[in-house]
Design a protein around this ligand. Structure first.
Ligand code: NAD
Length: 359
């Protein structure tokens, strides 16, 4: 049987790392009919928009996609294609494992955390009002009236919606993941001491969901305290579940604990559709240099194989990655002790070394 999978190369370093992942998946022998679709800067050049309808339609049809990173202009320009895709396809759960592998610059040995980030709500909902615009002034007046609090008139406003529906399904996802993967504990992370209603609702809902999973330990932690605890004693944790923004920040922190963005994989999962991508961005300064680390994308492909229930192929590919990292010979510059080590290999060559280790 051959799987139809949408392949979105992305921009910046995206095409190089996604090609490396495709090479490794093909080398496992799992038959895939890769259907290429574009998004980001290349899509603007061809279609005049960063996320063409046909790209979204391809993912909807195939239900599985793998995507290289895509540039998001800061403060202005087009809205994040990544966020748009997650919202358009209702990929509400972002799964980001943070696992230490021998041979990397992991700060801890044998760390194996899983971050489950809500993907559709919170300050990422994209509901924003620009400073000095008439609608912003109107909104400020309305809020002042309703809340009896003053807001400076030259403020910009971002809205943070958190629903019981969104909180319930993400916390349930975290517990279901824990159950399927023999995990012992789920920690819900929040700032409900300050945001009593939005984060408060997330926390209240998490407590309710937790009651249905008596075999799995549940605990709660305030996000700032969690940031410190993760740096000092990350092994106290197992599965973390967070609203969107905290999930974004804490998953990068966890990527840092296990050796950096070059090895941090991710998946965006909905009830029917799943899209796999590295945590890192498009690192534009390295574009086209065949230099960056393909591991994060290849491990994202491992998550994809697990999602397809191609467990043997997933294990073989993950083991091949482990061996190459442990040997430390055919690895990119960022994995060498000295980043200027002339024996570092390129993106493609590291992927080829991983293919050679497949057993
Ligand atoms: P980035 O992750 O692209 O790069 C930050 C730094 O991390 C790089 O300069 C590089 O030193 C290192 N790095 C990243 N990936 C690496 C790899 N594979 N191998 C070795 N080193 C690697 O973050 P940024 O510079 O903040 O963002 C660049 C662009 O990417 C922005 O437009 C941002 O919005 C976008 N972005 C996209 C996604 C996505 O597509 N899912 C995710 C994050 C950021």
């Amino acid at each position: 049987m051959s799987y139809k999978i949408t392949f979105i190369p992305g921009d910046g370093i995206g095409p190089e790392v996604s090609e490396a992942a495709r090479l490794c998946v093909d080398a496992t022998g799992v038959k895939i009919d890769w259907q290429e679709a574009i998004a980001g800067e290349n899509a603007i050049k061809k279609f005049g928009e960063p996320l063409p309808d046909e790209t979204v339609a391809s993912v909807r049809k195939n239900k599985i996609a793998i995507k290289g990173p895509i540039v998001t202009p800061i403060a202005g320009g087009f809205r994040s294609v990544n966020v748009q895709l997650r919202q358009a396809l209702d990929l509400y759960a972002c799964l980001r494992p943070a696992k230490s592998y021998e041979g990397t610059k992991s700060l801890f040995k044998d760390l194996d955390l899983v971050i489950v980030r809500e993907n559709t709500e919170d300050l990422y909902a994209g509901i924003e009002f620009e400073d000095k615009k008439p609608e912003t002034k109107e909104l400020i007046k309305k809020i002042e009236l309703l809340s009896k609090r003053e807001i400076r008139e030259d403020s910009a406003i971002s809205i943070k919606p958190i629903s019981a529906f969104g909180s319930e399904r993400i916390v349930r996802f975290a517990f279901e993941y824990a159950k399927r993967n023999n995990r012992k504990k789920v920690t819900a992370i929040h700032k409900a001491n300050i945001m009593k209603f939005s984060d408060g609702l997330f926390l209240k809902t998490a407590r309710e969901v937790a009651k249905k999973y008596s075999d799995i330990q549940f605990e709660e932690a305030i996000v700032d305290n969690m940031a410190m605890q993760l740096v000092q004693k990350p092994k106290n944790f197992d599965v973390l579940v967070l609203p969107n923004l905290y999930g974004d920040i804490i998953s990068d922190l966890c990527a840092g604990l296990v050796g950096g963005l070059g090895i941090a994989p991710g998946a965006n999962i909905g009830d029917e559709i799943a899209l796999f991508e590295a945590v890192h961005g498009s690192a534009p300064k390295y574009t086209g240099q065949n230099k960056v680390n393909p591991t994060a994308m290849i491990l994202s492909a491992v998550l994809m194989l697990r999602h397809l229930k191609e467990t043997k192929a997933a294990d073989r590919l993950e083991n091949a990655v482990k061996e190459v990292l442990k040997e430390g010979k055919f690895v990119t510059y960022d994995l060498k002790q000295d980043r200027n080590d002339p024996t570092a290999v390129g993106t493609r060559q590291m992927a080829e070394a991983i293919c050679r280790k497949l057993r």
